[in-house]
Design a protein around this ligand. Sequence first.
Ligand SMILES: [Zn+2]
Length: 465
Amino acid sequence: MSRASRLPNHVSPDLADVFAHIDARRQTFIDRLIDYVRHPSISAHGLGIAEVADLLVTMLNGLGLDARAAPTAGWPMVLARRNDAPGAPTVLLYGHYDVQPPEPLEAWTTPPFEPTIREGRLYARGVGDNKGQHFAQLLTLESLLACRGQLPCNVIVLLEGEEEVGSPHIAEFIRAHHDELNADLVITADGPVHESGQSCIVFGVRGVISFELRARGANRDLHSGNFGGLAPNPLWTLVHLLGTLKNEHGEITIDGFYDNVKAATELERAALARLPLDVGAMKAELGIAELDAPRERPYFERTMFWPTLTINGLHGGYGGPGSKTVLPHEAVAKCDIRLVEAQSAEAIFAKVEAHVRRHAPEVEFIRQGGMEPSKTPLESPFTEPIRRGLLAAQGAEPLLIPSAGGSLPDYVFTKILGVPAFGVPYANADEANHAPNENLELDRFIAGIKTGAAMLSYLGAMKRL
Ligand SMILES: [Zn+2]
């Protein structure tokens, strides 16, 4: 039996005073969020990053955490810690203080760094992704300390300054600071809640690898009448090669590709069954008659439990108006593979490369970027206190999402640090992250502060077992 399922029902931390404290400070907290997001921190341009890191270190030290800006080969990590609860779990709260560039500026109703409230939402670059969400986490710590004088569990805060440029140094940082980052679990408040508006807990992400296949024919483009049938056509070479990678039943036919791929567990299937779904509306919205093969595969399992091979582009020869009877000298296919847990980027790169060597040795295989998948089991002992924290703060059961379809570097926590990682997003589904008019619903911001307090309190209650 898991530790969580033994969590006695009567261990329900009384949070009324903390919630009342947060409600009483609603306006102050919103004003302080406005001050925070007014500071640009654009990692892609190096604008304002060091200033915002300093501001966070000052705030965290002011709260009584032991905080510093820890250098990396790029922008610093803001790292802080407070150990108030021996025997209770240590929670690492991860977020990122850098933001996307705001362009195109003319598409913003109000300027991106002049935060403005309209209809219950605060509009500013970074307010959802991710400043408003980690600021809520910091206000959680402040509120708990104001009401109780101490935190219910041990807390490490890790705020990255390079997430929006692909987190180039976080893996190295986690390896180098492995002992200092001795958390029992990671909680990230980033991204939007489920598109239905319901809160959720996200347990994983798919990984990804990208590669290019490059085929060459003659040393120049040729006349298809004079040379067709004589010189090989690199576009046909690629079409045949691509045809050996996946069959018409939707099965990827690379040797060993599905090794170790695991089916959804009973608990995961039960969670999937609770997710809102309208396949008809989704097909109508996309203008498609059928889902991709294999037809019988359950909807959510497609993006959470199965890897995919996507041809992103196939290029060569002539694509302009009318016709041109050319025999192209070169053709390129760009592809990506979304990886599921138990696949690794390196192993799949090697399997695809071996396949290409065997079927079309003359085709060049070029590895591009890769990111590992990540998965935390729903059975984790920390799932139950986190779920109960969300329920206590928001009055509704959160959806449990076994995996996001996309890719984020969560593997640095689950695979390098070796601890479970949970995504608990606070932002509205239409936060417009990375886009003009990024916004955060203020009710969700305040609910996020309460949610953090409840999650940490329920996690802290585990020590009483
Ligand atoms: Zn982002």
